[in-house]
Design a protein around this ligand. Sequence first.
Ligand code: SF4
Length: 76
Amino acid sequence: PYVVTENCIACKYMDCVEVCPVECFYEGENMLVIHPDQCIDCGICERECPAAAIRPDTEAGLHVWLDLNRHYSGIW
Ligand code: SF4
């Protein structure tokens, strides 16, 4: 799946939410998150994000962010 990371915290845009074909964005405490089991890996949101906050989970060092995305997407 794709993962929302720290650059999202200061971002006020919702472009990612609007383009996601499966509506798997959720609101975290101070940022948006992606439900890792619902994301279909299309990559559209990564290209739309003006803050470059969305990255594929195959990138190194994203485990903490993946856990956070999973946690907050399961709350609502
Ligand atoms: Fe939605 Fe595609 Fe982004 Fe996954 S990669 S969150 S399915 S827009």
